[in-house]
Write a protein that binds this ligand. Sequence first.
Ligand SMILES: Cc1ncc(C[n+]2csc(CCOP(=O)(O)OP(=O)(O)O)c2C)c(N)n1
Ligand SMILES: [Mg+2]
Length: 566
Amino acid sequence: MMHTSRTGGQILVDALKIHDVDIAFGVPGESYLDVLDALFDSQIRFIINRQEGGAAFMAEAYGKMTGKPGICFVTRGPGATNASIGVHTAYQDSTPMILFIGQVGNDFMEREAFQEIDYRRMFGQMAKWVAQIDRADRIPEYLAHAFQVATSGRPGPVVLALPEDMLISRAEVTDTGRYQPVQAAPSAAQIEQLRTLLAASQRPLLLLGGALWNEQACLDLRQFAQDNHLPVSCAFRFQDLFDNHHPNYIGDVGIGINPKLAARVKDADLILAFGPRLGEMTTSGYSLLTAPVPRQQLVHVHCGAEELGRVYQGSLMINSGMPQLTSMLAAMAPVNASAWQHQVKEARAEYEAFQTRPPVFKDGNAPLDLWQVVQELMQQVPKDTILTNGAGNYASWGHRFFRYGGMRTQLAPTNGAMGYGVPAGIAAKIMAPERTVITFSGDGDYMMNGQELATAVQYRAGVIIVVFNNQMYGTIRMHQERDYPGRVSGTELHNPDFAALAQAYGAHGEVVNSTEQFGPALTRALAHTREQRLPAIIELRYDGNLITPNATLETIRKQALAAGKP
Ligand SMILES: Cc1ncc(C[n+]2csc(CCOP(=O)(O)OP(=O)(O)O)c2C)c(N)n1
Ligand SMILES: [Mg+2]
């Protein structure tokens, strides 16, 4: 219907409602006051963050969790530059997201006015579409297009700049309808071809990943895997696409991959890659599959046509969304699996063996056993618990030993962005207050977005943040010891008392120094977050020498020295 005259801000917020937006994240700026004013009258929950990096990560986590674009509002130059990390993450992780940026008015544009940036150039390489809305009467069109682009094909971020004078100008304009995400689907002939390749194989392996999965797609996929007795692996940081407790699940193909699983991927004669980008982390530096022509037969299914054949020439490449693929797979007549059926049990046994107490804790001397911490965690939390993390070596304790309960129990950045876990955990708890949310964070990692703890307290988001405090940027130190043994440079950290810090924010905080202390501390934190609806930090203080499940810093250094490194 034709509306009476509205301001740009009102037209924009009305469009958000039409496109089903319930929550937006952001940091305010005087550049978009009219939007803030329109939000005042709307049902949309506007979560105010403490830094735009936190806001953008929260919007990204929203997009990952719901499949709907995460909405983020920030101000000009300084706000936009802070938010850029979330845009990059959404791009590499194929997450639908829309970043709105208050922009200099058209009256001052191109003078390098206060905080002025041309966002088309700034975000050109890390967003699917960057535009500036110069006329209020075209807001409905731009918004419909933005939602469409963010969710169709390979999902990703869209950036829209909002000049201040445009936002306060008035227009009479008709609203659009709700956006409709568009995805391709396999043809019947392609499914038949896939079936023929599968029937002819001896050692097939499923590799799941990427965007656009939903509950039903995961169920249909499970049916297909069961019917055809297929071993199922998940790509780097997509470990929740298949219930890790299921007997067909055999592990994740990511950083620190189980060597036995790596051997299976290399030795497979058919890889069914449903959804993942076959990127550097998932292919162990393009080594599990040789580029550009893999040794294995490869069926690559991806929602973005441009991603198919980007690195690897598959035997069969299918452009499809995941529900479109899996509904057809669930209906496909199963093939005779007698050639590989036994491999599922073997591979599952290898996965379970890889999850037993690892070498660094075998002698039982460490006061705080991180493997035991994860075991205790799994005992105490429900199966649908969401586990989030950022980047750092600490993340491997979750990735390797935690069993993710299925869709959507993991929020983690495939682009390896530090500082992601805390805002993602808070956003998850805001979206799903009834679920348990645990964030794993390094001491370095926590400090990159720890300010969002104030957001968690403000909105009573009872997330439990486990800070792995080894007093260093451990990942970099590990590489340092490998390449420049004994020459510690730029990687040591002197940290605050994280428990006291938590308390200063009004959160619950505890320090854990020994294995026995963790269980009771977790029980208290769970009770606190449930009853008070406030966040909690559990700081794990442990020996920094314990850098990975397999090797200590000391052994890495010794090996490097023995190899004649400088
Ligand atoms: C935003 C960002 N900055 C820098 C890096 C490079 N980096 C990767 S891991 C890491 C250290 C992480 O330290 P911490 O969080 O303490 O975890 P630890 O490795 O010690 O377990 C750094 C600096 C990154 N991935 N992301
Ligand atoms: Mg650290």
